[in-house]
Structures are given as C-alpha cells and as structure tokens.
Design a protein around this ligand. Structure first.
Ligand code: ARG
Length: 471
C-alpha cells in the first residue's frame, strides 16, 4: 500500500517493520477523538482562510461519514497505514478525492496524536470518576446498613480498640475521596490543547489555536510547541493517580480476603461474587478481591514503564512516545472493571455481626478505656497505663477478661476503681465515648455520613462540569 509519506522512499517498507512500528491495533480506539480533532482543525483552516469553506465542508462531511462507518463496523483498519491518523486520512482522500489531502495542512501527527490522547483521557476520566463515586456510594450504603455493628479495630493486625464497622468502612470512603480529588487534578492538567504545534516548531500558516481549543472544550493551549508534542506528564499523572487508587483497592481487598477467611468469619461474600475450586468441593474463593489486589501490579508497572520510556528522551517527538498508549488504555480498562465489580461485590457482602461482636468482647480492646477511666479520676495517664497493664497480665494468668473482674479485684489494682468501671469498659461505651472529631462514636459516624453526602454532591458537580466541557 502506498504510504502518505512515501515520496522520498525508493523501497517499500519491510513487512516486519510495518508490523513493528504500527500502532493501529491499539490506537484505533481513539477514532472518535481523531475525527473530532480533524473536524475542529478543518473548521479552523477555513475560518483562517487557509483552505476554502467548501473544501472544509467536504472534508467535514467525509470525516462524518467515516465516523459512521467505523461505528457501524464498516471500516477495516490497515496495519500498512500505521496508525489511526493515517488510516482515517487515507480513507478520507479515497472517499472525497485530493481535497482530503488539505486536511493535514499546518498539522503533524505529532500534535495530532497528542491532541487525541488528551481528549481520550479527559473523556475516560469522567467515566472513571463516575465509577469511583459509585463505589464510594456503595461503601456508604454498606456502612449505613450495618451502622450499629461493633468490631475490633486493629493496629499491627492485633486487636486494638473497639470501633464501629461503619467507621472502618468510611475510612475507605475518605481514602477514595482523595483519589477523586487527584483524578480531578489529572483532568485539569490534561485540559491543555497541543494542536498547532506542528511537528515541533509551530507552523508557517496563520492558524488560530485558541479557536481549536475552544471548539474542542479545552481551557488552555500549550505555550511551547516543542513541549506540546513531547509532553506525556498528563499520562504519567493519570498513571500515578491510578496507581494510588489501585493501591487503595488492594488494601480493601486484603481486608475482604482476611475477613472472609474461616479464621475471621467477619463477612460473607455473595456466592455470585466468588468462585469455587476444581478439586476442593468445599471452597468458595474471594477471587474478585484477589484479582483486584493482583491487578494493582500491572498498573504500577504501566507507571514505571512510561516513566522509564520518557526518561532521557531528547526533545521533541520520538517514536518511543508511541509506547505511552497501551499502558494508559490498560490502566483505564483495569480501573473501570475493578471499580465496577468492587461496588457490586461490596453491596452483596453480608456482615457477621455476632462474630464481630464476640471478637471484640472476648478481648482486651477495652484496656485503653480502663486507663482513661483512671485518668478521669485524676491518675496521670502513664500510671494508669501501668495499672491496666498489670490487670491485663493478671487476667491472662487467671483466664479472664477485664469485664470478668469483681470490684474487689479491681480495687487491688487501684483504689480509684468504683462500681461504674464495668459500665465504662463495655464495648458500646468504649465506642460511643470516642466522640472526638473524626472518632468512631455513633455521632461521629453520623457526621461522616453527612460529610460523605456533601462530598458526593460536590464530586457530581465536578463530573457534570467536565462532561459539559468535554465535547
Ligand atoms: N502513532 C504515533 C504515536 O502514537 C503517531 C505519531 C507519529 N509521528 C511520527 N512522526 N512518526 O506516537
């Protein structure tokens, strides 16, 4: 097949090289952005009198018919035409004749691919942000459904203090809210229009880059043409934001996996969200959580991959940069799938209130509260800590919990103990007494719910604004 750049070549491209250098197998997913970008470019060329209005209209009609063909599945992408840009341009010229060749005036594939990628990422970020909000919503629902359930809170994976299960879940809500803020920042960073940079140095034609930016819903234009075609920071920001998000999902996964083990038995996942074993008939495996935890690795890998690709590249465009897209696409796919399946898995999860309750009662998680009791009676905290430590040691020897001690036994450790100590170290008291701002008390959790609602409303407003400005 003759190349759009074939003029200076005496020989055909080696078939293996064609295949090696081609990106059409993966960049075809940016067809809609490529066409929208070309339509804006053609409109601008006509407005600036670089091509005729009739010519622009013919080009635009041709591009629209190609879009319809691709969407109807009537377009065959050719490896010999290398990438999405040349596949579309070649088809355009085949369809409308030589005037199609005017579309590439004042443009290069270097600024064209940068434009497509910016637009594609901006669009996908809105979808990812929507799915992220949906997962946050699922977390709120689960927390609310089990809002009175008490469980042990852990540090070092050792039981530490009693908490509300809802408080534990809401920690993930706020973690994901930071992911949303970061994602919002990535969209804002990607909202910069590269077209008009040409191959690297700008163009001799009197173009209007701000017009194109406006047509395509960009609020900013790259100030430097060389930066415009070389910059992949916006993809790196996306990959690093995605890596943090996947790291968060991986942490939730670890707890879901632990909690659904027989040893914990804190939760039970829905049968529809688990898989069995081909050999062990009794097995019910939390594969979704495991796979999300596992997929975190490939997203980290894409971040490292692109950082390494970009490291040491001279200005301006280098073919190395074609390596930016597959990792980005895979990250988008991985995130969208993981977020969707996660929301559904959490919604189907059952919390085993009895087991969680027993775990926190048959335990020394109330030891801090016992020390706090003594502090409120005037004992310095460090001494109170010592007294309770001794109580715990005594209980361990006598095979008792703190709640099992009689007042006489308590008083042997400190005369400050009174009959109200038992009430003070009941797990319900322990939880509700932690009513400092951001603490686990039921009023605290209620405040978290209120705040979560406000955050979700704000996030929706951001998504609406992004949707409006993305074309
Ligand atoms: N397929 C290329 C990429 O993804 C498009 C830009 C090619 N530019 C060039 N000068 N070969 O980076």
């Amino acid at each position: 097949m003759s190349k759009l750049w074939g003029g200076r070549f005496a020989k055909n491209t080696d078939v293996m090289v064609e295949e090696f250098t081609s990106s059409i197998s993966f960049d075809q997913r940016m067809y809609a952005e490529d066409i929208a970008g070309s339509i804006a470019h053609a409109t601008m060329l006509a407005k600036c009198k670089i091509i005729g209005t009739d010519e622009a209209n013919t080009i635009i009609e041709g591009l629209k018919s190609i879009l319809a063909d691709i969407e109807a599945g009537n377009f065959s992408f050719e490896v010999a035409l290398e990438d999405i840009h040349m596949n579309i341009e070649k088809r355009l010229t085949d369809r409308i004749g030589a005037v199609g060749g005017k579309l590439h005036t004042a443009r290069s594939r270097n600024d064209q691919v940068a434009l497509d990628t910016h637009m594609y990422l901006k669009r996908e970020i809105v979808t990812i942000g929507t799915l992220l909000s949906e997962l946050q919503q699922a977390i709120v629902e689960v927390a609310d459904k089990y809002k009175t359930v008490i469980m042990p809170g852990y540090t070092h994976l050792q039981r530490a203090q009693p908490i509300l299960f809802a408080h534990h879940m809401m920690a993930y809500f706020f973690m994901l809210a930071r992911d949303f803020r970061r994602l919002q920042g990535v969209w804002e960073g990607a909202d910069m229009m590269p077209l008009g940079a040409g191959a690297l140095a700008g163009t001799t034609f009197p173009i209007d880059r701000h017009f194109v930016a406006n047509e395509l819903g960009f609020s900013q234009v790259y100030e430097n043409s060389m930066d415009a075609v070389s910059d992949r920071d916006y993809i790196l920001e996306f990959l690093s934001c995605s890596s943090i998000m996947m790291m968060h999902l991986s942490r939730i996964s670890e707890e879901i996996i632990l909690w659904s083990s027989t040893e914990f038995s804190f939760i039970e996942l829905d049968d529809g969200h688990c898989t069995g074993s081909s050999i062990m008939p009794q097995k019910k495996n939390p594969d979704v959580a495991e796979l999300v935890r596992g997929k975190t690795g490939r997203v980290f890998g894409h971040l490292m991959g692109l950082l390494t690709t970009a490291k040491g590249l001279p200005l301006a465009y280098n073919k190395d940069l074609q390596e930016d897209k597959e990792g980005m696409f895979d990250t988008i796919d991985t995130l969208k799938f993981s977020l969707t399946v996660y929301a559904s898995m959490l919604r189907g999860m059952k919390v085993n209130e009895k087991v969680m309750g027993a775990a926190v009662r048959n335990d020394f998680s109330n030891a801090t509260d016992m020390a706090d009791y003594l502090v409120k009676k005037g004992l310095p905290f460090r001494q109170a800590h010592e007294v309770v430590g001794k109580c715990v040691a005594y209980c361990l020897g006598a095979n008792k919990w703190l709640m099992d001690l009689s007042l006489i036994e308590f008083k042997e450790f400190s005369p400050l103990f009174e009959a109200d100590i038992l009430e003070a170290i009941k797990v319900e008291t322990c939880v509700d007494a932690r009513n400092s701002y951001g603490g686990t008390s039921s009023t605290g959790v209620q405040q978290e719910f209120t705040m979560a609602e406000q955050i979700l409303t704000k996030q929706q407003a951001v998504l609406d604004m992004f949707t409006k400005s993305n074309i």
